[in-house]
Design a protein around this ligand. Sequence first.
Ligand code: GUN
Length: 290
Amino acid sequence: MDGILIDGKALAANTRAEIASGVKEYEAKSGRKPGLAVILVGDNPASVSYVTAKEKACAEVGIYSKEIRLPETIAEEELLRTIEELNHDKTIDGILVQLPLPKGFDEKKVIDTIASEKDVDGFTPINVGKMLIGEKCFLPCTPHGIIKLIEFSGMDIKGKHAVVIGRSNIVGKPVAVLLSRKETNATVTLCHTGTPDIAKFTREADIVVVAAGRPNTLTGDMLKKGAVVIDVGVNRIPDPSKPKGFRLVGDADLESCLPVCSAITPVPGGVGPMTITMLLWNTLLSANMV
Ligand code: GUN
């Protein structure tokens, strides 16, 4: 029997309903909505669509979103000044700078300027460090959403072998940390472009998280029967039959993985909705910490 598709939209809808009621409670006690500032520099089409989805999701749960769109010609100093102002803005609980930034910007410096108490992406060195040593902090949204999706698939993570493909700061490295924490207790193997034979590891895996940014990185012949697959890839493939001229595919080949795995996240409709949901979660958390 084929594996099932993990319905990220359904899990996101359940979680957003919980967040919406938390937002109402917060508003009743504080007299204001939790606020998220979303900064987009330039007009990268994928980033524009992510930012639009984030703003729409804020409205859906009652979070105030302040949209700041800046031209890619803006001086870095001005971007840093904008962030500094938001750091001191009492109506703003979370600040997000959509990545990647256009060429020429020092991404590390920009992220470092966000106050760690408002860093709802969990990207600043303070939050990354706290996550690593198990202190309370904002967990990064995609890795946190991935843990929720694995649990939602029905798999008990404890004692399982998880293989992560990709070592990015946004997904691969932090998800490996979260999976190996005491609360989750998986044994983790982190594969990357320097791993000569990734299939050797994935064939031993109960859980595979693929975040390589390349279609067909994971195929069915690389899986153990019954594995849970989380596909983090969002790749645009030219497709003249589509109105936008492209379609989205993940990093896993769904057709060959589905008959072997027990469950897999689709692209779109898997990880993406949960990433945004955990951002809303962190924004509410931040408001309640003030
Ligand atoms: N670019 C890709 N994913 C993310 C994310 O989770 N947050 C931000 N700020 N930028 C991204």
